[in-house]
Ligand binder design. Structure first.
Ligand SMILES: O=C(O)c1cc(=O)[nH]c(=O)n1[C@@H]1O[C@H](COP(=O)(O)O)[C@@H](O)[C@H]1O
Length: 285
């Protein structure tokens, strides 16, 4: 199961998930000056990040919106980045947050689990119902692919719908419990399922309860860094520093901007940002 690969990767390389949310605004001038082609510039930036962090990064998450916003050139860079990750034996999450009727979902599955945009995991939005999630199951059964379904997100608007009261508790528990049952079919040797959840690291009130109730769920935990998620809160969602990956995007890929000599030492500062994040969450600083 793909989740066993992720579990082993976290064991070897740690729980950090580097987010390649690449906007042209984030790219140092000296990389921009290397080419006039947008796809090449974006890929070169991502490649440099991957090269200097791969040995301390459990998985990379590539947020497709940033690439779509750049049109066809952006999607070329998206595809090239995913191929490069594969070449480097790095695992990938395509952050596509899909959710649609079954017939369309089947096409999304094909689009992101094969071909030009193939990734190991994708993100899914369950709010159109369970028939928007089940069309991906054949890929999970194959053992090759997995997904993270939004459970309780990191944004302030999470309160608007996810927290609506249902059977005396927030609605996301009801959705979570139903998907958790389905996820039982895809449990790997590591004890976690290839169908996991996205849990925002910006809230901690229910962290212990969430970890306890969804014991066999692997979590994608965004919100550290730019969104202010705290190490002590995020730790609660992990299980012995595994069982989840902690994403930071802007906090890592724009870290170099905080230094006067940042452009010249782009890779050094990027790696340092991952190391600092690891140490912070491990409680070493
Ligand atoms: O599914 C996600 O990855 C996600 C869920 C969520 O609840 N909150 C959240 O921020 N994300 C994503 O995680 C990344 C966070 O980026 P930074 O805030 O720059 O670290 C972005 O790619 C978001 O789209």
């Amino acid at each position: 199961m793909i989740i066993d690969k992720l579990y082993d990767s976290v064991k070897d390389k740690g729980f950090v998930c580097v987010g390649l949310d690449t906007s042209l605004d984030y790219i140092p001038e000296n990389i921009k000056n290397k080419s006039s082609n947008v796809a090449d510039i974006v890929f070169e930036f991502n490649k440099q990040i991957i090269d200097c962090t791969n040995d301390i990064t459990g998985i990379f998450k590539v947020q497709i919106a940033y690439y779509e916003a750049m049109g066809l050139e952006g999607l070329k860079a998206y595809s090239k980045t995913l191929k490069y990750l594969k070449e480097k034996n790095a695992l990938s999450i395509g952050d596509v947050k899909r959710g649609d009727i079954a017939a369309t979902a089947k096409e999304y599955a094909k689009a992101h689990f094969s071909g030009d945009f193939e990734v190991d995991f994708i993100t899914l939005n369950p709010y159109m119902g369970y028939d928007s999630i089940t069309p991906y199951f054949d890929y999970f059964k194959s053992g090759e692919k997995g997904a993270f379904v939004l459970l309780r997100t990191s944004n302030p608007g999470a309160k608007d719908i996810e927290y609506l009261e249902y059977k005396n508790e927030p609605l996301y528990y009801e959705i979570g419990e139903n998907i958790y049952k389905m996820a039982d079919e895809f449990i790997g040797e590591c004890g976690y399922s290839s169908l996991g959840f996205v849990v925002g690291g910006t809230y901690s009130e229910e962290a212990t309860e969430i970890r306890e109730r969804f014991k066999k769920s692997f979590f994608l935990i965004p919100g550290y860094g730019a969104q202010g998620g705290k190490a002590e809160d995020i730790r609660l969602y992990l299980d012995d520093f595994n069982g989840g990956v902690v994403n930071s995007s802007r906090g890592i890929i724009t870290a170099y901007k905080k230094h006067e000599d940042g452009e010249n030492k782009f890779q050094e500062y990027t790696r340092q940002a991952v190391e600092n994040m690891r140490n912070d969450i491990y409680g070493k600083k």
